[in-house]
Write a new protein. Structure first.
Length: 361
């Protein structure tokens, strides 16, 4: 049970929160709203304005600004970016063997940076460790905008790979090594054009996370047309124990201004040394949503993974409906109920539900 609850915490507890479904409004690149080329983290002023005008059900004048506009920041908005997140989750698990729930504090972090037309320096600190708040730096980076399309970035952050959403326990995030608390020392180049995106990353895992001399690189290519973005991606990673490769495809599909879909499929191959044994796995995520009233979305989720395609006991499938609501700028609530199927033991088939409470500064 502790493992299940810990996994559900990781599901939501990420300070790299992003909303890629904004493609339904024609925002095909994350830099329209965020300082980071891969999305999440600090919002620019335009991103804050969209949180009021596009995302939220209700709003008041200047409410989208830092601390709801209580402090006038107009004189520093051209160079200072500030933000942060408070997040908690109520989780519930129930099957023939167990029925349990828990409220968990997950995140209380601050983020600040200097953002200039050609460069930016960003740092984030503060996190919960065993429900105790610590002031550790969680990520930081410096970036240089060579042109309007080309950005170079280096620091400690997650290398770009896959669709950057907040459900980091789902198959294409946490299980593939892109969950919470695993930021790596990374150097990255991003070309984000109107029709094509090209992103390449090189990373090294710091010793406090792994002492196996782990290094790797990722490459992503995406094609943009209208309110659709489809891409292919590749990851190559090695350490003292294994070599890993991942091939994947992604899709952000804005069918209408109200109806959208995100899709990702990845195929992983791990070769363990020196025995030269090879394991191939499959990971798939589908999430569709419909905004039937401004700021209020109904969702459906399908999540599948089988880390070893030759071993049926590793298969896991979750599916179910959800609701997401942005009542006012700075507030976000999400609820999901899923049914998880167990291939080996039907008694382990169960209901897994979570409700997220999120406030951003």
């Amino acid at each position: 049970m502790k493992t299940i609850l810990a996994s559900l915490v990781l599901l939501i507890s990420t300070h790299l929160y992003a909303f890629p479904e904004m493609i339904r409004h024609g925002y095909t690149n994350c830099t329209a709203c965020h300082v980071s080329p891969s999305g999440g983290g600090l919002l620019n002023q335009y991103g804050r304005s969209l949180s009021k005008d596009v995302l939220s059900t209700w709003s008041a004048k200047n409410e989208e600004n830092f601390l709801h506009g209580a402090i006038n920041t107009e004189s520093v908005n051209d160079w200072l970016v500030t933000g942060g997140d408070l997040r908690a989750v109520q989780v519930h698990q129930e099957n023939d063997n167990i029925k349990r729930g828990k409220f968990i504090k997950m995140q209380a972090g601050l983020e600040v940076g200097i953002n200039q037309p050609k460069w930016a320096i960003i740092g984030s600190f503060g996190q919960f460790d065993d429900q105790e708040w610590e002031t550790d730096f969680t990520r930081y980076y410096a970036l240089f905008r060579v042109t309007d399309e080309l950005t170079l970035r280096a620091g400690r952050f997650l290398p770009s790979f896959g669709i950057n959403n907040s459900e980091h326990i789902l198959s294409t995030r946490g299980p593939l090594g892109f969950g919470y608390g695993v930021e790596k020392d990374t150097a990255e180049a991003s070309w984000l054009g109107e029709g094509w995106n090209f992103v390449g990353s090189y990373y090294k895992t710091q010793k406090e996370l792994s002492n196996t001399n782990e290094t790797g690189y990722t490459a992503l290519v995406s094609k943009i047309f209208a309110n659709y973005k489809v891409g292919v991606q590749y990851l190559n990673e090695k350490n003292d124990i294994y070599k890993r490769q991942i091939y994947g495809v992604t899709g952000l599909l804005g069918w209408t201004e109200h109806f959208y879909t995100t899709l990702e499929y990845d195929k992983s191959s791990i070769e363990i040394e020196p025995a030269s044994t090879k394991t191939v796995g499959n990971y798939f995520l589908h999430r569709s949503g419909y905004e039937f009233y401004k700021g209020l979305h109904v969702l459906v989720l399908n999540d599948y993974m089988q880390p070893d395609e030759n071993d049926g006991t590793t298969k896991n499938y979750k599916f179910g409906p959800g609701v997401q609501w942005f009542p006012r700028p700075h507030f976000d609530f999400e609820f999901f109920w899923t049914r998880q199927q167990s291939i080996q033991n039907a008694k382990n088939d169960g209901d897994y539900a979570w409700m997220v409470f999120h406030y951003y500064l």
